[in-house]
Design a protein around this ligand. Structure first.
Ligand code: FE
Length: 248
């Protein structure tokens, strides 16, 4: 079979360029569901429309994610389209914390859709209320085919967040459960004749790069990690400086 032959060739390609994977474009979404009256959601870059009539989406979700368990239990799912001018704390809350330890809906505005799925309305421009039609097992992930039963736009003229914008402008990273996760490369940058190391958050993988600083929190480019104020926290998951390790 042709597919098997292609896979044989693929398995021989040992030195793949991981950067090539970043050429694939994605949007970023909140995928939400319910189980026994409890709500949970996570950030997903793998939501895409696969048919028009009926309107079907494909959603890929890690088996370890609590939302995946909720989706399989209730058979319903909400998808909210994150707006571009979102902050890293919001991404951190839904993308880097587990619903097993924290109630992500405690301080979150949301609606309940016709399916019963929670639909997050904070920092999003639109939502979709969906019913799960089928599930495929992909090993580490599950691929859900879902039918859209309701769709509403909340904000016109506000661009949706793309994965490229998240990585290149907001300087965000992928959580370990994301299909796009790659272990970060260890490297250092030389700035003004001083070797300034990047530091990585052990909890969420965010990298503090002195060459970029942390503009959102008033840290200008060129500030070494050691010179960051003691009250500085990881802009993604909120842990303090002691949870960071130097790279390189
Ligand atoms: Fe962090």
């Amino acid at each position: 079979m042709k597919i098997a032959k292609t896979l044989d060739i693929y398995s021989e390609v040992i030195f793949m360029n991981i950067e090539t994977f970043y050429k694939i474009t994605y949007g970023l979404y909140l995928v939400s569901s319910v189980k026994d009256g409890k709500y949970n959601a996570h950030v997903s870059n793998t939501v895409f429309q696969v048919s028009a009539e009926p309107p079907l989406f494909a959603i890929c979700s890690n088996k370890n994610n609590l939302t995946t368990e909720y989706m399989e239990d209730s058979g319903v799912v909400g998808v909210s389209v994150i707006q571009e001018d979102v902050d890293l704390q919001f991404i951190g809350k839904f993308g880097f914390k587990s619903g097993r330890e924290t109630n992500k809906f405690a301080e979150t505005n949301f609606l309940i859709g016709k399916t019963g799925a929670p639909l997050i309305t904070d920092k999003v421009i639109a939502y979709f209320d969906c019913q799960i039609e089928s599930v495929a097992d992909l090993g580490t992930h599950k691929l859900f085919i879902v039918k859209v039963l309701d769709a509403q736009t909340l904000k016109e003229g506000v661009p949706p967040l793309t994965y490229r914008y998240y990585r290149e402008v907001i300087k965000g990273v992928s959580p370990k459960n994301a299909p796009t996760y790659h272990a970060p490369k260890v490297e250092t940058k030389k700035t003004e004749d001083k070797l300034m190391k990047k530091w990585r958050c052990e909890l969420c993988g965010y990298e503090y790069d002195p060459a970029h600083g942390d503009k959102e929190h008033g840290i200008a480019p060129g500030v070494d990690f050691d010179d960051l104020p003691d009250e500085w926290h990881c802009p993604v998951c909120g842990v303090d400086k002691s949870s960071f390790v130097p790279l390189g």
